[in-house]
Write a protein that binds this ligand. Sequence first.
Ligand code: UDP
Ligand code: MG
Length: 318
Amino acid sequence: MKKLNSISILVPIYNEAEVLPELIKRLDEVIRNAGFRMDVVLVDDGSTDHSAAIITSTITGRENYSAIFLSRNFGHAMALSAGLEFIGDAADAVFILDADLQDPPELLPAFITKMQEGHDVVYGVRKARKEGFLKRFFYKLFYRLQNRFSNIRMPLDAGDFSLLSKRVVRHLNSLPEESRYLRGMRSWVGFSQAGIEYERAGRHGGDSKYSTKALFNLAFNGIFNFSEFPIRFIGRLGIFTVMVAVIYLAVTIYKKLVFGTVPEGFTALIFAIVLFSGVQLLSLGIIGEYILRIFFQVKQRPLYIIKSKLVKGEAADE
Ligand code: UDP
Ligand code: MG
């Protein structure tokens, strides 16, 4: 059984002024009922509404609240990465939560119980979603496609809502990749992982902070960061095309020998076109393999820039 003496709740926030008061209220309740040391880390992802001001005024002077403010909007994954790195080794486990209360913070005890059974990662599995039909459909489709193509097994219908052990946090923090698909990285890290089913509520207030573009970006990251399938597919298409060319040639030669008549010139032209199309696709696939590797290797820029910090309710120098 794992000993859990301290837990940090990590919440990324982007323009959530509408839900912040309710969020803090519910977090306070969870902390009060916890029975051990618990603190909250809020990451303001460059909000342009009053979120930062609300955070500052609510948590200044409060021991178990910390906040970091990113210098601009870096996106959900980066906000989470910033928070995870900020927490580092300070907590025995990190509970990742959305600000909009779609993931109920009150489920924490259930997550803790599961972790104490010996899991390093406990993630929420969305049983039902109170979201539009189209969004639900694309989510379902995406998770299944991704699972089909991905190199590693990722749980279906699981988002970022999760409880991570200290060592998983440490390993996540040590992954330098720039294009961060946290759900995938979480699976990639390994250890024992288990899911808890829950009903995903609707947003407490405001609109989704994920634009359709950002959502597609997320999906692309999910597919391309953990799958060689697209590149491999080009190579396979190349092999297939070359085979078609060879079969075409064989059939033509057979016809020539048996019937003695094939259209002159035309046949050679078709053969050459198909063959070299295949060779080109194959070459692209090979070059793609290298580019993929260079691409991942080369992206080593800083993940985010912190503008300022509020540590344990106190302003601190950056
Ligand atoms: N979020 C963020 N940066 C962004 C977009 C979203 O930190 O650029 C936060 C947002 O405040 C929320 C969480 O990420 O706490 C999930 O966003 P949202 O609820 O809008 O996504 P959805 O539930 O619609 O997928
Ligand atoms: Mg949401």
